[in-house]
Design a protein around this ligand. Structure first.
Ligand code: NAD
Length: 372
């Protein structure tokens, strides 16, 4: 398939930039999906792609996902993403990331980057040496640091909104919640759930993660890795991998609500329809796990941890809107989330065309803050 057909197929992207610097071995692609709401923000993934085509498809798919996530979160951000082709264990260098920073800079703030799979704070620091358009840099530089506690707090808000929708209460006291994956997001979520008085069941492929959390919270109930998805519980919170709702798992899920932090929980969109038919309330992942993005957004305005934390409460309202659209239009919640995002892009996008400049406020960049 030709390059332009790929772009049309994966979402009619506004701009795709190929970045090549043979001196430092840089081959990267930056994709800007949609900037109707604001600059395109999305992380830089470094991955050993089997082919350049695979890298292109990945960046097109991921950048479109960012557009929907930012729009449904109510943020003035568009969707973008970058991929660097290479092995993050072997191919990283200062030169590579600084050269990449030059390409990011050439977009003049239309694209803002951040960490993603295969990149870390140190890489962001190198990019920051060449461009102000980067987030996720260390706290000492005015950055926001690890987004996971904010993501987890957003997930807690999502669980509360889902419980309200299903059981008509905001209290999690005594509810049985199964958390799959106790990494950055899952372990923070467990803290919050215990504080709320829930009965929490946990599983992780890493026994140390279980041991750590159980030493802090002895009431946690350990489940086997292959049991956790099918545990008899009120809420299933996937916080590990994508694709957990699939043909093999769906009929065995006993939870009444699925609401967790993991990305791409539905293997395919049809699995969202199937959950609706089964009467299981699905809280769309990208609405639920937007707390990390909200945190980064606050970084762009001049970071305040309290403001970031407060912002994550919005996940409750956003998800409630999704549930309302699903009921109004008699559709699955996964489709309702897309409608919420698309309607905001259309309405605000048109408003910006009618009133150019007014809603185009520029961000205080981190470099400006740092140089003050
Ligand atoms: P992480 O790598 O810190 O944690 C993942 C955990 O899942 C690990 O402890 C791992 O051992 C465990 N795991 C892997 N496979 C498992 C399995 N089959 N069963 C049980 N446990 C398993 O990652 P994270 O940052 O906590 O992110 C978790 C999910 O949330 C990912 O899907 C990520 O894309 C998504 N997410 C994270 C953030 C964030 O702020 N970190 C933001 C948005 C979305």
């Amino acid at each position: 398939m030709g390059m332009f057909q790929e772009i049309i197929k994966y979402g009619n992207h506004e701009e795709v930039l190929y970045c090549h610097d043979p001196e430092v071995g840089l081959k990267a692609i930056i994709a800007l999906h949609n900037t109707a709401l604001g600059p395109a923000l999305g992380g830089t993934r470094m991955w050993n792609y089997a082919s350049e085509e695979e890298a292109l498809v990945d960046v097109l798919r991921l950048s479109k996902g960012m557009t929907y996530k930012a729009a449904a979160a109510g943020l003035n951000l568009g969707g973008g993403k970058a991929v660097i082709i290479g092995d993050p264990k072997k191919d990283k260098s200062e030169g590579l990331f600084r050269a990449f920073g030059h390409f990011v800079n050439s977009l003049n703030g239309k694209y803002i980057t951040a960490e993603d799979v295969g990149t870390c704070e140190q890489d962001m620091e190198y990019i920051f040496m060449e461009t102000p358009w980067v987030t996720g840099i260390p706290k000492d530089f005015g950055g926001s640091g690890d987004p996971s506690p904010y993501t987890a707090h957003g997930v807690l808000m999502g669980i509360k909104a889902s419980v309200n929708e299903k059981f008509k209460t905001d209290s999690l006291k005594g509810l049985r919640i199964a958390v799959q994956g106790l990494g950055n997001v899952g372990s923070n979520l467990v803290h919050y759930l215990i504080e709320e008085g829930a009965e929490v069941m946990i599983a992780d492929i890493d026994p140390d993660k279980i041991k750590n959390l159980k030493s802090k919270f002895p009431s946690l109930i350990e489940k086997k890795v292959d049991e956790i998805l099918f545990t008899d519980c009120d809420i299933l919170a996937p916080c590990a991998l994508g694709g957990v709702v699939n043909d093999q798992s769906i009929m065995k899920i006993k939870a009444k609500i699925i609401c967790g932090g993991a990305n791409n929980q539905l293997l395919e969109s049809r699995h969202g329809n199937a959950l609706q038919e089964l009467g299981i309330l699905y809280a769309p992942d990208y609405v639920v796990n937007a707390g990390g993005l909200m945190n980064v957004f606050v970084e762009l305005e001049g970071y305040s941890p309290q403001r970031a934390f407060d912002k994550t409460r919005k996940v409750y309202d956003n998800l409630t809107k999704v549930f309302e659209i699903a009921k109004r239009d008699q559709i699955g919640t996964h489709i309702a989330a897309d409608r919420l995002a698309e309607s905001r892009i259309q309405t605000i996008g048109k408003l910006k065309q009618r009133h150019p400049g007014k809603s185009n406020r520029s961000f205080t960049t981190l470099k400006e803050i740092y140089n003050r």
